[in-house]
Write a protein that binds this ligand. Structure first.
Ligand SMILES: [Zn+2]
Length: 168
């Protein structure tokens, strides 16, 4: 059956909170002090209806996948591995962080999430969660029929970034 409209499913952010510490760098030589946020994520999947179940994607499975991705960075210090101004060195049980060559922090390794991002802005976190979700969906053979992933990450009430990825 042909339908003129399009479907999507959303898992709301209240379910998907991660409380994490971070600091970001700005243009020039400015770097924030370490601080934390109760981040909240929201994801939307666009796609075709599954013609047997008449849904785009199983909510229970989507919540489970997203909860797993949030748990990976919950209660961690989020550190960007690809920021040219920040040097991150793993030393045994510790992670040493320098900013522009000057030592700044030492954290227990188990308290850190070393992330493949250039800065831990909500934009970059939204992109990272989208990439991770896409990997999980594809690994489980569950991306079939999906046309886009949209991720929102909120760091303060009413202050969030979106990333939208079209799938083939
Ligand atoms: Zn912040």
């Amino acid at each position: 059956m042909q339908r003129p409209g399009e479907f999507s499913v959303t898992v709301t952010k209240d379910y998907l909170v991660f409380a994490s510490a971070h600091f970001i760098t700005f243009a020039g030589h400015r770097c924030e002090a370490l601080h934390g946020h109760n981040y909240r994520a929201r994801v939307t999947l666009d796609g075709r209806l599954d013609e047997e179940s008449w849904f785009v994607f199983d909510f229970v499975e989507l919540k489970h996948l997203m909860r797993h991705l949030c748990d990976e960075i919950d209660h961690k210090v989020l550190l960007p591995l690809e920021n040219p101004k920040i040097q991150i060195v793993e030393d045994g049980e510790a992670v040493k962080v320098a900013y522009e060559g000057k030592p700044r922090y030492v954290f227990p390794r188990s308290d850190c999430a070393l992330l493949p991002v250039t800065n831990t802005t909500v934009e970059m976190l939204a992109e990272l969660l989208t990439r991770r979700l896409r990997c999980e969906l594809e690994a489980g053979g569950r991306a079939k029929g999906l046309t886009a992933i949209e991720m929102e990450v909120e760091e303060n009430f009413g202050q969030s970034a979106f990333y939208r990825l079209r799938l083939a």
